[in-house]
Each structure stands twice: as structure tokens, then as C-alpha cells.
Design a protein around this ligand. Structure first.
Ligand SMILES: C[S@@+](CC[C@H](N)C(=O)[O-])C[C@H]1O[C@@H](n2cnc3c(N)ncnc32)[C@H](O)[C@@H]1O
Length: 237
């Protein structure tokens, strides 16, 4: 059978690449991924042994099918994903499961940008609403959940939605700040973090109020935290 590794490679730095991810890549005859993700794997890929295909949103369907067609029984392909393959990637992962069949796919989890943002902001993932707007599907319910979580005093760790070609779908930090304000949240009292290009040498951190995000632009490669966390240690119990 033709086998597929769906591999999370971490947010950018090879330091966040697991040994399991490296092993999958080394076993594979084909590596098919987006440019940013492939760059994280550069030190692991051996172009003498492996054929590498770079995909875009437009070309991916054609390339996945093409590589599947080229593969022989017993060969492995790796499709790497930024961060964790199990977070905000399902539109592609579900298609790959369809092409290869569940029984021929092994998913290797990675360290998500969400986890690195949690670590930097000291907002534990178990105390936050974790949400991605980085999907092509409907996000109205997610937006409602966001307002509700903030009003209930919960923290939120989220990925925004860059969609510069259709501003009605674009939902970056500035849009989120405006949306919260327009939905009755006092954003001038709400703490926020924005992390751009986490783990890379171009990483930046914004720390301030949600209201200050209105009108500010950030990279597509960014994660946002709304921080309402109250620290509570075991001494209290
Ligand atoms: C399709 S989602 C994939 C998320 C990924 N699977 C994960 O677990 O981090 C792409 C978005 O992830 C976020 N992201 C990925 N790498 C990042 C990084 N190094 N720093 C900040 N955000 C990142 C950005 O919001 C980016 O637009």
C-alpha cells in the first residue's frame, strides 16, 4: 500500500521539530508541502533520496493526486504541516485521508503555535478558549463563542484569518478588537498579546490592551492571546 505521514513540524524553528517527525521525513520518498513548512524541514530533507514538491492553495489538489499516482506500493510520502497537524489543518488533512485512506495514514503531532503562544503569555491552554479563524469555512459560530468566552472572563488563544483579497472575510487582530468592542466588550480593560513569527529569528511580541490593536497591522503568521487568567496555585486548595 501507499503510505502517508501527516506530520506537524512545529511553528518554524527546527528546534521544535520532533524526532518522530524527522524519522517520518527520512523514511519518505516524497515530501509535499507549503513553502514555509518545507523551510523548517530543510536540514532533514535529502534531495538525492527524496522528491520535494512545493504546493500552494491552488496547486495542492493536483499535486497530491499526481504524487499519489507516482507512488509505488510500500513507498512513503510525508505531507508536513506548520505547528500541529491536528490544529487548524483539517480542511487539507481530511482530503489527504480521503485520497490515501485512513488505514494508510499516520498522523504525527507537532508543537502548535497555540502552545508556544500559551507558554509565552503564561495562559494555560486548559483555562482558555482555543479557536482558529484560519479556515475557509464558516466562522460565525466561532465569533459568537469568542464574545461569550470573553464576557465570561475566560482567556482566549486564537489564530486570526488573513484574507486580504476579500476584506469581508479578513479577521485580523484589528478586526477582532473592533468586533469585540462593537459587541459590548470593554476592550480598553482587556489585556492582549500578539506574537508574530514565533520561534523564528523574526519573532515579535506585542503586549497591551485589546483596544490598542485597532488600526494595527500584524503578519499573517501571528497568534493572539486575550489574557484574563487568574493564577491559582495548589496552596489554595
Ligand atoms: C493554517 S494555520 C496552521 C496552524 C498550525 N497547524 C499550528 O498548529 O500552529 C496557519 C496559521 O498558524 C499560525 N502560525 C503558524 N506558525 C506560526 C508562528 N511561527 N507564529 C505565529 N503564528 C503562527 C498563523 O496564524 C498562521 O496564519
Amino acid at each position: 500500500m501507499k503510505k502517508l505521514f501527516v506530520v506537524g513540524v512545529g511553528p518554524g524553528s527546527p528546534l521544535y521539530l520532533t524526532d518522530a517527525a524527522k524519522e517520518a521525513v527520512r523514511k519518505s520518498r516524497y515530501i509535499v508541502g507549503y513553502k514555509y513548512t518545507l523551510s523548517t524541514l530543510e536540514g532533514v530533507i535529502d534531495r538525492k533520496k527524496q522528491q520535494v514538491f512545493e504546493v500552494t492553495m491552488k496547486s495542492q489538489e493536483h499535486i497530491y493526486q499526481d504524487v499519489y499516482g507516482k507512488m509505488k506500493d510500500g513507498e512513503y510520502c510525508t505531507v508536513p504541516f506548520t505547528g500541529d497537524a491536528n490544529f487548524s489543518e483539517s480542511e487539507v488533512v481530511d482530503r489527504l485521508l480521503e485520497i490515501f485512506g485512513d488505514e494508510n495514514v499516520q498522523i504525527i503531532p507537532g508543537i502548535s503555535s497555540i502552545q508556544v503562544a500559551a507558554a509565552k503569555s503564561r495562559v494555560p491552554t486548559d483555562k482558555a478558549l482555543i479557536v482558529t479563524f484560519h479556515v475557509t469555512g464558516e466562522i460565525e459560530q466561532k465569533k459568537k463563542d469568542l464574545v461569550q468566552a470573553v464576557k465570561e472572563g475566560r482567556s482566549v488563544i486564537l489564530l486570526p484569518r488573513p484574507w486580504p483579497r476579500d476584506l469581508s472575510k479578513h479577521l485580523m487582530q484589528s478586526d477582532i478588537a473592533k468586533f469585540l468592542r462593537e459587541n459590548g466588550v470593554d476592550t480598553s480593560k482587556l489585556n492582549a498579546w500578539v506574537f508574530e513569527r514565533l520561534t523564528t529569528d523574526r519573532e515579535t511580541t506585542f503586549k497591551g490592551l485589546v483596544s490598542e490593536l485597532e488600526g494595527k497591522e500584524f503578519s499573517d503568521i501571528s497568534a493572539m492571546v486575550i489574557d484574563q487568567t487568574k493564577r491559582q496555585t495548589y496552596l489554595e486548595f
